[in-house]
Design a binder for this molecule. Structure first.
Ligand SMILES: [Zn+2]
Length: 295
């Protein structure tokens, strides 16, 4: 069957592309790139090339390539590898490569590139300090929200110089203050047992209850909270109290004490301090909080 050159042909929705070659220089490497497909993904590139050129007419040619600063040739290689999704040369799941894709995608507003890198970087198991550094640099608030609770439970002395540099003085300050606040709170909670009601009409031995409550608190609960190596997390203290035997204390008096502690919210402070630390970092760097109601 012969087909004549037709008129009124339908342009294929995916494979009717603008093909235009452009030369870029990154460091001392020359890249010859199909600018058409680059524009398709990169909003910033589309915008740049929609403006009539003001520079020399031969800019972007082999003899006068467009010089891109602020990235390395290796980063450009990683980004183009991702962009063209070459099946027989897949993007290696390595930190440097994925961060390069994130870096250039962030710079050129390539949303799909950012999503790709963000999705794969989170599976690399990087140190929380590095995740905070990347989250701040590339506006990924949920990395910061996930890393700060881990850092709050990490003694500062365990962080290497590299981790400290990744966090920077502002974030180290926020974390240290939050750790001090929690430490002070732990000491206060351990030192002052939550008070029991002075008078319980149904308990004929309430004086004994109070004595036992204070005694077991100091010998078991306070020691667990103040443990130098593996302190009981404040969030776990209610379970510890529930599972600890308060010898001759009446069950109803112990139950009433637990309700009273729950109502006071004093053991829920960890979550509040953590959230305040996260909010202060996000606000400082102008990042939007992740809307968990959409999750
Ligand atoms: Zn009692």
């Amino acid at each position: 069957m012969s087909v004549a050159h037709g008129q009124n042909l339908i342009k294929h929705p995916s494979f009717y592309r603008t093909v235009a070659v452009m030369f870029f220089q990154v460091e001392s490497t020359l890249f010859k790139v199909d600018i058409g497909s680059l524009q398709e993904y990169a909003d910033a590139i589309k915008e740049i090339f929609s403006i009539p050129p003001t520079g020399p007419i031969d800019e972007g040619t082999e003899s006068r390539p467009i010089i891109i600063q602020g990235i390395t040739a290796t980063q450009m290689d990683a980004f183009l590898t991702w962009l063209w999704h070459i099946e027989w040369r897949p993007v290696p799941p390595e930190e440097d490569i994925l961060v390069a894709i994130l870096h250039i995608s962030h710079m050129w507003l390539v949303k799909s590139g950012e999503n790709y890198a963000v999705h794969h970087i989170k599976n690399l198991g990087l140190h929380p300090a590095r995740m905070v550094e990347l989250g701040v640099r590339y506006d990924v608030a949920h990395w910061i929200e996930a890393a700060i609770p881990m850092l709050l439970n990490t003694p500062m002395r365990q962080l290497s110089d590299c981790h400290m540099a990744q966090l920077g003085i502002k974030i180290i300050g926020v974390i240290t203050k939050a750790q001090e606040t929690l430490e002070e709170h732990r000491k206060r909670l351990a030192h002052y047992p939550p008070p029991l009601n002075n008078y319980v009409p149904d308990c004929s031995t309430h004086t004994t209850c109070k004595h036992v409550w204070h005694d077991v608190w100091w010998k078991t609960i306070a020691r667990a909270i103040l443990h130098p190596k593996e302190p009981c997390r404040l969030n776990d203290c209610l379970d510890l109290i529930r599972n600890t035997s308060f010898s001759t204390m009446k069950d109803m008096c112990k139950a009433a004490a637990i309700v009273s502690i729950q109502e006071s919210g004093s053991f829920a402070v960890e979550g509040q301090v953590t959230q305040r630390a996260i909010d202060s970092i996000l606000e400082h760097y102008g990042l939007k909080k992740v809307d968990t109601t959409l999750a």
